[in-house]
Every structure is written in C-alpha cells, then in structure tokens.
Design a binder for this molecule. Structure first.
Ligand code: HEM
Length: 234
C-alpha cells in the first residue's frame, strides 16, 4: 500500500515539476516578448522621424549609434532578448508538438485554438528570416563602419543610408511581407502575453484592445515608412 502511495506521489510530483517548468517557460516567453515590444516601440518612433525630418532622424540615430550606454549595454541586452525569445519559442513549440501527439488525444487543432496561436512558430520563423536580412542591411554595415574600417564619425550619413536601402522593390516587398507576419505574430503573442504573466483584472479588456490595436498600427506604420522612402526615391 505504502509502495502504491509512493508511486502516485512521485508521479504527481513529476507532473507538477513539468507543469511548473513549462509555465515558467511560457512566462519567460511572455516577458521577453513584452521586452521586444518595448524595443519595437522605440525603434518605430525613431524610424518614423525619418519621414518627417531628415536632420532629427540623423541626430537621434547618431546619438543611438554612439552613446556608450546604448552601444555596450542596451544593444547586447537587446540581442540577448531576441535570441532568448527565439530559442525559447522553438523549445516551447517542440514541447507542445510532443504533448499533442502523446498526451492529448482530444487535441482537435482548430477547435481548441485559433489558427494564429497554432502557427506562432511559422510567423516567428518569417520574422527571424526578416531579421537576418535586416541585420545584413543595417546592423552589419554599421558595425563594419564603426569597428572594422573605423571610418570618421559622420552624423549626417544615417538618412542617406536608410533611403538607399529602400530603393530596391524586391527588398521593400520582402520587408512589407515580413511586417504582415509581424502583425499576425503580435496579434496573438502580444495580447496573450499579459494573460501568461497572470494579469487578470478589470483592465484586462482594455489591455486586450490596446495590444490588438498596437499589433495592427505599428506594423502598418513600418509598411508606411518602407513605402514612403521607396516612392520618394524616384
Ligand atoms: C521600415 C522599417 C524599419 C526600418 C527603416 C528599420 C531601420 C533600422 C536601422 C536603420 C537599424 C540600424 C541601427 C543601428 O545603427 O545599429 C536597425 C536595426 C535593427 N532593427 Fe530595424 N528597421 C525597421 C523595422 C524593424 C522591425 C519590424 C524589427 C523587428 C521585428 C526591427 C529590428 C531591428 C533590430 C533588432 C535592429 C538591431 C538594433 C541594434 O542592434 O541596435 N527593425 N533597423
């Protein structure tokens, strides 16, 4: 009898640890996602300046590109945040796939979850591919300029560099397509992140409305910036 109790207790403990760790991973995923949304907000605000004022955009970009706190503290934290979010995303997806085939015989796909929530991994992969192209376009040349070729500081170069990148219709097309996937990813991810960290109060409905609006407006804004510079190049 005692043996049976020990087996049941062990089994229960195992289940609790598993759940706690997968809940922990979901919370970590949500927190890193919210952190990336904060980055996205500041990135969007700075890029939007390029539409209104060339000199202001250059000034802010020069500050961001040369301030030691931004360069040597915030930038590594951001890169860590991006990697963390993607690696955790793949781990969670792998675990979910495993539990779908093994544990949940009543898993009915679309009956239990929205299309987007089941396909976060695919929109995530599109965004990851976009980031590869985006880093190649902006981040790599910037690192080369500053730290490899060590060219002279030129506070007026940022706007020109940005506009030049949006001349190619193929690149603009790829960017716009990626922003559509970014919107789909955020529509599920951003709104469910507050649930994952346990926010459940009288503001929950307003938070949901805000996150949904953000998920549409910000990617649309990025589309606008890309098209604006593309069309202005001719
Ligand atoms: C029209 C849209 C966009 C424009 C014009 C743009 C522009 C830029 C520029 C100019 C940089 C270089 C910053 C530097 O000097 O280091 C940059 C970096 C970066 N962008 Fe974007 N971006 C756009 C959209 C996005 C989106 C949608 C994301 C995320 C999904 C993103 C993520 C990043 C990241 C992670 C970096 C590296 C930041 C750093 O290391 O400081 N960008 N972007």
């Amino acid at each position: 009898m005692l043996g049976l109790y020990t087996v049941i207790l062990n089994h229960k403990l195992k289940l609790m640890t598993l759940t706690a760790s997968s809940i922990g991973r979901k919370v970590a995923m949500a927190l890193s996602g919210i952190f990336l949304v904060l980055f996205l907000t500041q990135h969007f605000s700075i890029n939007l300046l390029s539409v209104f004022s060339e000199s202001l955009f250059n000034e802010v970009s020069h500050f961001m590109g040369n301030n030691p706190l931004v360069q040597f503290v915030l930038q590594p934290v951001l890169i860590f945040g991006v990697l963390f979010h993607f690696i955790m995303g793949f781990i969670l997806e792998f675990q979910n796939a495993k539990s779908r085939t093994v544990k949940y015989s009543n898993y009915k796909g679309s009956a239990n979850a929205s299309w987007m929530s089941r396909n976060m991994i695919y929109s995530g992969i599109v965004i990851l591919s976009f980031l590869g192209l985006h880093f190649y376009d902006f981040w790599v040349p910037e690192m080369k300029y500053k730290y490899v070729e060590v060219l002279p500081l030129n506070p007026d170069r940022y706007f020109e560099e940005l506009v030049h990148k949006f001349e190619s219709p193929v690149r603009v097309g790829l960017y716009v397509l990626s922003f559509v996937f970014l919107s789909l990813h955020l529509l599920h991810g951003f709104s469910s992140s507050f649930q994952s960290v346990g926010v459940n109060n009288k503001y929950s409905k307003s938070i949901k409305t805000f996150t949904k609006a953000f998920s549409i407006i910000v990617p649309l804004g990025f589309v606008f910036i890309a098209l604006f510079h593309h069309l202005n190049a001719f």
